[in-house]
Design a protein around this ligand. Structure first.
Ligand code: PLP
Length: 409
């Protein structure tokens, strides 16, 4: 029988594991109250369990004129003052001027999906990490792309050999490569690559690009929560060493940076030494923007540029954000140290919003998750484990949690 939906869309059902776990957890909270541990959502909550919306950010929003809130953006590419503020926010600390194009997007999600759509032909393959953010998969399928995964860890370090092998195989097959790297503060492991690992990646993709175009999609959704402040951003200097047949697309998001998840603003920052290709990419991205979401939230772009262009506000914002970076460090120290002490196997954590317990067998993972729920502990199932969103669990509930989980196992 024929269907209304086309062959690509027929049978599509969005099962978002994070939201599903959060709904189950909310029901438990209604029944059992404060004893429930809610480690499901990737948004910041304070020590009293209250959703964090930075004062410095949201009081600034109140100063934005209603006309700005009502208006369309001034350009499909993004408001020029927003794009400039994004450039400065990411590249200000560098000694070099980075030639790039910036295209505003609705969050990091818009930047990632638009890049997949415009780089890879339908039916071809995009490469993602085997331990990664769930929507990478649905975004690829939405564009009729296949997936191949590189292995994230070997002996508690980034598995560079598998990364190289995976990219080489795809290059042999389709003569172009798009690979997603969610660094720093990977979701869900909390890993951040070392300088050396990044240098090896750049050297490798430069070599590989002799066989065809290579695009690295660097998803930096959590870049503003590294333990070393803006020092990590020095990493961008390495992108100056790419060959002409390599392109970098940085997917930036204001969701975590400003605690502005619902405002839906982010950007693609595109770098390549090939000026014509840079221009072609920009044109294609603007075309996709206009055809899919049209323009990005005007007042949210205004919010970002207002804060970043006012020294006093920016200082206040940085101070407030630092409180939560420190809090994440304290929370992760509690969980990670305890996990080590009692032998709970977790992926190598460095910093950020999440820690993930390693469970390779899917059935074991599902069973453990159910058992944890029976004990009022709510986590999220990811490929290869159970994710604990330390961003949303207060310290008092993290104390003893690793031990409780180990005992339940
Ligand atoms: N990338 C990762 C790894 C994420 O965890 C998220 C949000 O949870 C995003 C990108 C993009 O988020 P948004 O579209 O809200 O900017």
């Amino acid at each position: 029988m024929s269907t209304f939906l086309n062959t690509l869309s027929d049978g599509k059902v969005m099962i978002d594991k994070v939201f599903k776990a959060a709904v189950a957890c909310n029901e438990a909270k209604t029944k059992y109250g404060d004893i429930v541990v809610d480690a499901t959502l990737g948004t910041l909550f304070d020590e009293n369990g209250v959703f964090v919306a930075f004062d410095s950010v949201w009081k600034t929003y109140e100063t934005i004129d209603k006309i700005q809130k009502a208006k369309y953006a001034s350009s499909i590419q993004g408001n020029p003052d927003f794009n400039e503020a994004v450039y400065n926010w990411l590249f200000d600390g560098l000694d070099i001027r980075v030639p790039c194009e910036i295209i505003a997007s609705p969050g990091g999600a818009g930047a990632i999906s638009s890049t997949m759509k415009n780089i890879i032909n339908p039916g071809e393959t995009v490469i993602i990490p085997n331990l990664g953010w769930g929507p990478y998969k649905t975004m690829a399928l939405e564009c009729a792309l296949s997936l191949t995964k590189y292995n994230m860890f070997k002996d508690n370090h980034f598995d560079i050999d598998n990364f190289k092998e995976t990219l080489s195989i795809v290059m042999e097959k389709q003569h172009r490569v798009l690979v997603v790297i969610n660094d720093p503060c990977h979701n869900p492991s909390g890993y951040t690559m070392t300088n050396d690992e990044w240098s090896q990646i750049i050297t490798f993709v430069n070599e590989l690009s002799n066989k065809g175009p290579v695009v690295i999609l660097n998803d930096i959704a959590y870049v503003d929560y590294t333990n070393n402040g803006s020092v990590w951003k020095k990493h961008f200097e390495k992108y100056n060493n790419i060959n002409k047949n390599v392109m970098i697309v940085i997917a930036f998001s204001c969701s975590k940076t400003l605690t502005a998840y619902g405002a839906r603003v982010g950007a693609q920052i595109v770098l390549t030494k090939d000026e014509k290709q840079l221009n072609d990419f920009k044109n294609a991205a603007i075309y996709s923007a206009r055809s899919i979401w049209s323009t990005v939230n005007n007042s949210a772009m205004k919010l970002f540029s207002t804060i970043m262009n006012d020294e006093k506000l920016k200082k206040e914002y940085l101070k407030e954000k630092q409180l939560y970076i420190d809090l994440l460090k304290e929370r992760s120290d509690i969980f990670v140290n305890e996990a080590k002490e009692i032998g709970l196997d977790i992926y190598p954590y460095v910093e950020g919003f999440f820690v993930t317990i390693k469970i390779l067998n899917d059935l074991e993972k599902q069973e453990l998750n159910l058992k944890l729920q029976e004990n009022n502990i709510y986590t999220v199932e990811t490929d290869g484990g159970l994710r604990i969103a330390i961003c949303s669990v207060p310290k008092r509930k993290l104390k003893g949690l690793a031990k409780r989980i180990k005992n339940i196992m």
